[in-house]
Design a protein around this ligand. Structure first.
Ligand code: AMP
Length: 278
């Protein structure tokens, strides 16, 4: 597996792949890789001839007081995992390469970024769309894969790709979970033993709401209340809301595909999860 640390190196790699007529699949990550990330590598391999992954902790998507400084880092472990999954090259830029002095351009998707994580983390999605657009331009990939765990992020990226006519296909992968249902996340490493045990109530709570929906409950407020009530007492809800699955608009009736999306703190750790109601 090639380790690409400069723009020159990534350009040489992608140019060689394109010259050989190979379709490039790309999986952007912030590292501390787990099976959720690696499942996206497998999806990329099914949609492309050669898989490229990036590991870059994007400072632009962290707000002041968030966990940028302590975000888990394990480059050697990440490279081992990528290599053993058959990745052809890992792009490992520094913040200085991605945002050289004088850089002034930001990409902002409106509307979709207003609710949920956008409301809780001002500027977060602008950081995400800016880095993702840059990575798509740098890699000139044919297909890029994103996880459904970050449901709003996926919707925002699809919107950006449509709005800017980007010549790339976006694919998504389902949420990969721990045996007790907790969605895998690099941030799970922050959880104390007590918080880790309590965090299993999040997927359980969403699952109870989804089961009630399947049994015929169509009142979104009742489903939200049911899910909240099923959370562990340690849980502190940032948001837990049923929204239109495509527009993320608020819903007063379940008459179209919807998503129950949640961000919940266990201790200091904010975890995301979601379940479709369709
Ligand atoms: P991150 O490293 O957290 O920025 O995540 C990189 C990519 O992996 C994003 O597209 C995430 O949505 C995806 N991802 C993270 N956790 C999971 C998971 N448990 N299952 C599926 N995809 C995931």
């Amino acid at each position: 597996m090639q380790r690409l640390r400069t723009l020159e190196a990534i350009h040489a790699f992608t140019q060689a792949q394109r010259a050989a007529g190979r379709r490039i699949g790309f999986v952007p990550t912030m590292g501390a890789l787990h099976e959720g990330h690696l499942s996206l590598i497998d999806i990329a391999a099914r949609h492309a001839d050669v898989v490229l992954a990036s590991v870059f902790i994007n400072p632009l998507q962290f707000g002041p007081g968030e966990d940028l400084a302590r975000y888990p880092r394990d480059e050697a472990g990440d490279l081992d995992k990528l290599q053993s999954r058959g990745v052809a090259a890992a792009f490992l830029p520094t913040p200085e390469i991605m945002y050289p002095p004088g850089s002034q351009t930001r990409v902002r998707v409106e509307g979709l970024t207003a609710p949920l994580c956008g409301a809780a983390r001002p500027g977060h999605f602008e950081g995400v769309t800016t880095v993702v657009l840059k990575l798509l331009m740098i890699t000139r990939c044919d297909v890029a894969i994103f996880g459904e765990k970050d449901y709003q992020q996926l919707a925002v990226i699809r919107r950006m790709v449509m709005d800017l006519n980007l010549p790339v296909e976006i694919c998504s992968g389902p949420i990969v979970r721990e045996p007790d249902g907790l969605a895998m996340s690099s941030r799970n490493a922050y959880l104390s033993a007590a918080a880790r045990a309590a965090a299993a109530s999040l997927p359980r709570a969403l699952g109870e709401a989804a089961a009630a929906y399947a049994a015929g409950q169509r009142d979104p407020r009742a489903l939200e209340a049911l899910a909240r009530a099923a959370l562990h007492p340690m849980a502190r809800v940032d948001y837990l809301e049923i929204r239109d699955a495509l527009t993320l608009d608020a819903l007063n009736a379940l008459d179209r595909p919807a998503i129950l999306a949640a961000a919940v703190y266990f201790g200091q750790t904010r975890l995301l999860d979601n379940v479709p109601l369709a």
